[in-house]
Design a protein around this ligand. Structure first.
Ligand code: CDP
Length: 229
């Protein structure tokens, strides 16, 4: 039987990581986990429970409530994707809204939040055969992953893609709002103390600025084949 490896995909906001991870997972029959959805789920919980004040998380309060947050992924046959559930409620659509995006990177700076989610992510990956995307997957969650990809694209392309995605879902926003959020999150994600976004030295860079989805998938698939050979 073919070896089932671990594939870590990291990169800046809206660079196409999840799209690539999802399509590669489908092609090679691996589990796909969007770790960002989990940070978004914690953020939604905090927003609903008034644990964020004027854009700043009330860290002591957040920690008190951490054990009440149960996250899980459940397959949705309608979309052929896994949806995020927060305490048994499907929050897949809610966590993609701009107000969650505006708060998530601050919540993601909290050490204990990261510890909780990293622990859960590592458990999901014990058997291999998994592709996980995020910011600290190759550096912290799966430092021994057999294949690590670092995905990147220009700011303009990333903002345009995310803007188009939100508009197609009927979400009210502007290109500028999306662009500003992306730049702000990149800044927070790359400069935080706890496991910042870094490109590990063993990661292969894929710049998606000029690549179609098919070309990105072909490239990642070739790298996968080379890794398992
Ligand atoms: O979809 P997009 O690339 O814009 O972001 P995401 O993957 O949904 O992640 C949302 C936010 O969660 C990021 O901007 C990070 O602040 C945080 N995150 C993280 O800190 N570590 C991860 N492994 C994944 C996400």
């Amino acid at each position: 039987m073919q070896k089932r490896i671990t594939i870590a995909i990291d990169g800046h906001s809206s660079c196409g990581k999840s799209t690539l991870a999802k399509s590669l997972a489908k092609k090679i029959n691996y589990i796909f986990i969007d770790s960002g959805a989990m940070y978004r789920g914690v953020t939604l919980f905090c927003m609903r429970n008034q644990l964020i004040e004027n854009g700043t998380p009330l860290t002591v309060e957040v920690l008190k409530h951490l054990s009440e947050i149960n996250l899980s992924f459940r397959y949705n046959p309608k979309t052929d994707k896994a949806d995020l559930f927060l305490n048994d409620e499907n929050v897949e659509e809610l966590i993609r809204l701009p107000d969650v995006a505006a708060n998530v990177s601050k919540i993601a700076t909290i050490k204990e939040v990261r510890q909780k989610l990293v622990d859960e992510q590592q458990k999901m990956g014990v058997k291999g055969g998994i592709i996980m995307d995020g910011r600290d997957i190759g550096s912290v969650v799966f430092p021994s992953a057999e294949l690590k990809l670092f995905v990147t694209a220009s700011n303009e392309i990333r903002a345009q893609r995310r803007f188009d995605e939100l508009v197609s879902k009927g979400i009210q926003t502007t290109f500028q709002e999306v662009y500003d959020n992306l730049v702000q999150r990149d800044e927070l994600d790359s400069n935080r103390t706890e496991s910042p976004l870094i490109q590990t030295s063993d990661a292969v860079v894929i710049d998606t600025t000029l690549l179609t989805r098919e070309e990105q998938l072909d490239l990642a698939y070739q790298l996968y084949q080379k890794t398992i050979a």
